[in-house]
Design a protein around this ligand. Sequence first.
Ligand SMILES: Cc1cc2nc3c(=O)[nH]c(=O)nc-3n(C[C@H](O)[C@H](O)[C@H](O)COP(=O)(O)OP(=O)(O)OC[C@H]3O[C@@H](n4cnc5c(N)ncnc54)[C@H](O)[C@@H]3O)c2cc1C
Length: 376
Amino acid sequence: MRIVILGGGFGGLNAALLLGKKTQSSLCEIVLVSDTSRFVFRPSLIWVPFNNRQVEEISFPINKIAEKVGIRFIQKKVASILPKERKVLCQDGTQLVYDYLIIAAGAVPDWEKIEGLKGNTASVYDTYAALQTKIQVEKIQSGQPIIIGVAQQNPAQGPAYEFLFELHTFLHKRNIRCPITFFTYEKELLNHQGKRGSLILENHMKEKQISYYCDVSIAQVQPGCLQLSNGISFPYSFSLILPPYRGADFIFSSPDLAHENGLLPTNKTLQSTQWENIYVVGDANAMKKYKSGRAAEIQGKIAAGNILNRIKGNSQQEEYHADMLYLMELGTDGGLFVIRYPGSKTGKPYFEWAVDGYLPHLMKLAFERYYSWKLS
Ligand SMILES: Cc1cc2nc3c(=O)[nH]c(=O)nc-3n(C[C@H](O)[C@H](O)[C@H](O)COP(=O)(O)OP(=O)(O)OC[C@H]3O[C@@H](n4cnc5c(N)ncnc54)[C@H](O)[C@@H]3O)c2cc1C
């Protein structure tokens, strides 16, 4: 029996760790395939441009942890999947046959989806982009207009707010004063995370004199100029805009996988709606839910547990229900902690709370420390 997991991020790694701990290697081989040798703790990428973290501090070698739990890790780029033959094809020609497959290959920015966006905005989506952004923020001078925003269809808005407040702090510490504009397609600031969180953010924006626009989308982007759907145009010297997502390239090269812009549809148990022995977790999943490392971690564990149940002949399959437990940095003002639990039947929130201050910042640091401990 072989279970193959694609992707060494939050979803894939957590699925692999659970399977490694709960299976006997003589009975079941667990193979984790990822194109990078290190797990990157992406929530800390927002600190890299401001020199508050180095890339080496927030990334961990996957092979060390794989060895500990007795799973096989292979660093290879997946080229396509042949679900009828239960095979994964890698770019170097390697073929891996599987009994069960967990796809946890994440998503990538779909820069092309909005004309003009590609190349005209900074990014913090990966270590390379965060390091490039570091070079750009170092060059910002007083008076230069800055735009930070969330483009239409982006499924994870939190990092834009975090970057905004971290940048504001960074510039203020250097006595650099710039007009900063924020925009988002959300009806209110961070509105999917509850009313209280929106109000807290509104106050912070006012206090810091950051002008903002909600419920707007990008009409046009040109080098140095952004036009919003409300007709207002903004010149900018620096911008960071979160784009829509699309799935990994190999999904587009797998003709037998039905997908929505590279993201794969599943039912609530995270099983592919098309192939019963494939599960899809994390950002790679086409669920219209907030995308986060926490969601990917929970989904990875659920998918792994559901596969184990099936191997044992147990028909029980756990379902994924989205909740919201989010920690966000607010620059000098500490952080914001939002918690939102939906009622399992109605889907309407039955518990919602948000608080800002130094404690959420400490909690974010503790979250980072926990992963560092878990993966070392
Ligand atoms: C700046 C920033 C801040 C964030 N802050 C938070 C936060 O505070 N809290 C939170 O919960 N979430 C946060 N997120 C979101 C979170 O990081 C993502 O939702 C999460 O990483 C998704 O996990 P995943 O496992 O689905 O995908 P990923 O983490 O993207 O992992 C996918 C893996 O698949 C591999 N892969 C891709 N293609 C291939 C291929 N062809 N072959 C082999 N391997 C492949 C990749 O190398 C990667 O290892 C943040 C994201 C960013 C960018």
